[in-house]
Design a protein around this ligand. Structure first.
Ligand code: FMN
Length: 370
């Protein structure tokens, strides 16, 4: 069901996850499978939720939280909550305004947003609607001139940083979507790449001789870090050694992410590797985390496990499909209210109070990594 007015939204969505059910009932089956699905047999997709369920919270009494706040300063901007909208490709699949609508919702809600290389609205148009805390997500192209041009355009348009995604040199569309006959390329255009040759595998060569022969490596990443006039982030980090190397190379921050279970299947939930990565890079290095966040409690858990902030992928696209920009803003309102409730009942006045001692973890589970 597509909902438009704030009243309709308030009568049908009572928590952020309600948007998933509403989107499923409204969207065509193949499209919903493409959005909701993961790669391979979806083991990572399942673990992204399981890891959050394995952690519980310690209720704490009598702390004064009367002047509580979930504000966070990132890029010299104050965010109302430690949340950014993740880069999600081709948003016009679910809403004609696409990335412009999600950027508007992020701005209204006082959070940050990241626009994808594969956005269906141009990065320049999205920048005009976006909040002050805005990043451009870059999929490095085979053509250096195209990469340079994309970085220049992002700087010109006022993005504060480049977020390079490195976990999907090879990407596989959900098997469920394929079985339902969903074909992405017939429905979308990567408008940002219109002027460049962006066929990643023109000769149809095998994986190692084709895609992987052109994939970025440590050296090419190093060059882009040096050449970028604005800070560079890396998205898709899942190992402490990679995190250490990236920090040494000069990236400003990392996103611990398995691409919402859409990259390497059988990789663990990012929540499980987050504490070891935090330990490796130290407390002052900025870490974002995504994959599997569906409510305010999950945001709290991610922060307590070591993230400075989180990003939302599917929640954003479901809310966009159901209610456009107003839907995304409503979903964010519900999510931030849940985070506040969770902070109040665990006795956390601000984000720095959200630490591992607020978590109750069954001894046999994730505790060893803390
Ligand atoms: C439909 C869809 C498209 C995505 N497109 C991109 C993209 O263009 N670039 C990127 O870095 N990540 C992309 N992602 C991954 C998200 O940025 C994010 O890592 C992931 O969705 C987080 O998991 P969640 O959906 O469980 O919140 C996409 C995810 C989905 C579901």
């Amino acid at each position: 069901m597509r909902l438009f007015s704030p009243q309709q939204l308030a009568q049908n969505a009572f928590c952020p996850q309600d948007y998933e059910q509403l989107a499923e009932s409204y969207l065509e089956k193949g499209l919903f499978a493409y959005l909701s699905g993961g790669s391979g047999q979806e083991h990572s997709l399942a673990d992204n939720r399981k890891a959050f369920h394995e952690i519980q919270l310690n209720s704490r009494l009598l702390n004064d939280v009367s002047k509580g706040s979930s504000e966070l300063t990132l890029f010299n901007q104050t965010l109302a909550a430690p949340i950014l909208l993740a880069p999600v490709a081709y948003q016009s699949l679910v809403d004609p305004q696409g990335e412009i609508a999600t950027a508007q919702a992020a701005k209204t809600s006082g959070i940050g947003s990241v626009v994808s290389t594969l956005s269906s609205q141009s990065l320049e148009k999205v920048a005009q609607a976006a909040p002050p805390c805005k990043l451009f997500q870059l999929y490095l192209q085979n053509d250096d001139a195209a990469n340079q041009a994309l970085i220049n355009r992002a700087v010109e348009a006022g993005y504060q940083a480049i977020m390079i995604t490195l976990d999907t040199s090879v990407q596989s569309v959900s098997l469920k979507a394929r079985r339902l006959g969903f074909v992405l390329h017939q429905q979308v255009e990567a408008v940002n790449l219109r002027d460049y040759d962006h066929n990643q595998n023109p000769t149809g060569k095998t994986l190692f001789q084709g895609l992987m022969a052109q994939a970025p490596n440590w050296q090419s990443l190093g060059n882009w870090i040096k050449q970028s006039p604005i800070p560079v982030w890396v998205k898709g980090v899942m190992h402490p050694d990679d995190a250490i190397q990236l920090k040494q190379m000069g990236v400003t921050g990392i996103v611990v992410s398995n691409h919402g279970g859409r990259a390497l299947d059988n990789s663990p939930s990012p929540l499980r590797v987050l504490p070891a990565i935090r330990k490796a890079v130290g407390k002052d290095f900025t870490i974002l985390m995504d994959s599997g966040i569906r409510d305010g409690y999950d945001v709290f858990k991610a922060l307590a496990m070591g993230a400075n902030a989180v990003m939302l992928g599917r929640l954003q696209i479901y809310a966009l499909a159901v209610g456009g920009a107003v839907g995304v803003a409503h979903m964010l309102k519900l999510l931030i209210e849940e985070l506040h409730l969770c902070m109040a009942l665990t006795g956390c006045k601000n984000l720095t109070d959200i630490r591992a001692d607020k978590l109750f973890i069954q001894p046999t589970q994730i505790q060893q990594s803390l």
